[in-house]
Design a binder for this molecule. Structure first.
Ligand SMILES: C[S@@+](CC[C@H](N)C(=O)[O-])C[C@H]1O[C@@H](n2cnc3c(N)ncnc32)[C@H](O)[C@@H]1O
Length: 385
């Protein structure tokens, strides 16, 4: 189920998700309906989903598809490169800690992105002493796999990555602030993997860093207004499909269909059966009178943001809607594009946490992060759906 929902998407969607500009792919209102659109009930059902116009070449047997969580990690890497360049230009060492970095996926992508850069930035980031990287994780097995991956990458790219691997819990304080350094932490798909009881300690440790960039599986209905403001037509489709909820102005037909599907019921189970003790992504499941009942609650990533806020950090919160499926429905006349239906499947939440008490705060402010809008992160009461 997780493999399905985190899923693979064509390269055009990958690029658009990375730039947070999926809206630009939506078919204009006045476009003519694609030829070959199936008829009858299937057509009416698909018609309730947002349409994208994507190159037909993306749907050939040999076209490139990308995993959506890897798109997220690449987004982290690109943002970190901006911060690193800004810090190094100001004469600081950029110290990057991938917290619960597992098999070093984030760092692998970071160096892939660095070698793609042209000119002085590439040189600056690869120059010895400018960038020091740590991967910290509790699992020796994950770290060993990470070591092997980084070694292979260094050989393949002919570079030295200067990555140290530390086997310990991320709730332990290890990295003291250093005036010669800019200290940044990243962590991907991690807060939900930890018991909620550890989030407070994680917040205390992370709050000592200059900035923290976290992303994780989450749940849009938990902060519904911010979610809908940020995700537009995709967010509305998500609320309809995942939660079976309608919006004022929805047609009777759409209301009828919406009330008959609610993928979310599957999500309660999917996050609970995650290996280990489940993933705290905002989907709760409890047994009431012998029946399994679902509810939404604060995802761990939001709880972490609240902890960091308590320590004085400024929080920038961003939601993205990710695809459950992309369904080609036919060729758009006089173009090489297909009309593709976007069925939403999961929410990704990104938190950028900035430390105003840090003497590096001016450097952080200098780096703009266009798609992220400042939104307060609140802990709502659990809501039964
Ligand atoms: C879902 S994986 C994510 C790994 C990595 N961030 C990525 O994006 O591929 C969660 C990781 O958290 C690690 N982990 C769980 N509890 C931890 C703790 N208390 N301290 C450090 N790492 C922990 C696990 O060993 C695992 O590698």
């Amino acid at each position: 189920m997780h493999a399905q929902t985190s899923g693979y998407v064509p390269k055009t969607i990958a690029a658009a998700q990375l730039e947070n500009s999926l809206d630009s792919l939506i078919m204009p209102e006045n476009s003519r309906r694609a030829k070959g659109f199936r008829s009858g009930l299937v057509r009416l059902i698909l018609d309730t989903l947002p349409s994208l116009a994507l190159p037909a070449d993306d749907f050939l047997a040999d076209s490139t598809w990308t995993s959506q969580d890897w798109i997220g990690r690449r987004d982290t890497a690109r943002r970190i490169i901006k911060f690193a360049c800004s810090a190094i230009r100001a004469g600081k060492v950029f110290r990057l800690i991938d917290e619960a970095g597992g098999t070093a996926n984030n760092i692998l992508i970071l160096f892939e992105e660095i070698v793609k850069l042209d000119g002085p930035e590439r040189e600056m980031l690869l120059k010895e002493g400018n960038l020091t990287v740590y991967v910290r994780d509790i699992s020796s097995v994950q770290l060993e796999a990470g070591r092997q991956k980084i070694k292979a990458l260094e050989k393949q790219l002919g570079i030295s990555c200067n990555v140290s691997f530390i086997e310990e819990s991320i709730t332990l304080k290890r990295f003291e602030p250093d005036p010669d350094m800019f200290t940044a932490a990243i962590t991907s798909y991690t807060p939900g993997a930890l018991p909620p009881s550890l989030i407070k300690e994680m917040g205390t440790v992370f709050s000592t860093y200059d900035m923290v960039l976290t992303r994780d599986f989450s749940e849009g209905a938990f902060m519904r207004d911010a979610f809908l403001r940020q995700t537009g037509v995709f967010g509305r489709a998500y609320i309809r499909i995942l939660h079976g909820k309608t919006f004022p102005g929805d047609s009777l037909w759409r209301k009828f269909l919406t009330s008959t599907y609610s993928l979310g019921r599957g999500l309660y189970n999917q996050y609970r059966v995650w290996p280990g003790r489940g993933h705290e992504a905002g989907w709760g499941l409890e047994v009431v009178d012998g029946k399994h009942t679902g509810y939404v609650e604060a995802p761990n990533i939001s709880l972490l943001a609240v902890e960091l806020e308590k320590h004085g950090h400024q929080i920038i919160n961003r939601f993205n809607v990710k695809a459950f499926a992309v369904i080609p429905v036919g060729r758009i006349p006089q173009s090489n594009n297909l009309e593709v239906k976007y069925a939403p499947g999961w929410t990704e939440q990104i938190i950028l946490s900035l430390n105003p008490a840090s003497e590096n705060f001016g450097l952080i402010e200098a780096v703009t992060i266009p798609p992220a809008k400042p939104e307060a992160c609140t802990v709502n009461r659990s809501k039964r759906l």
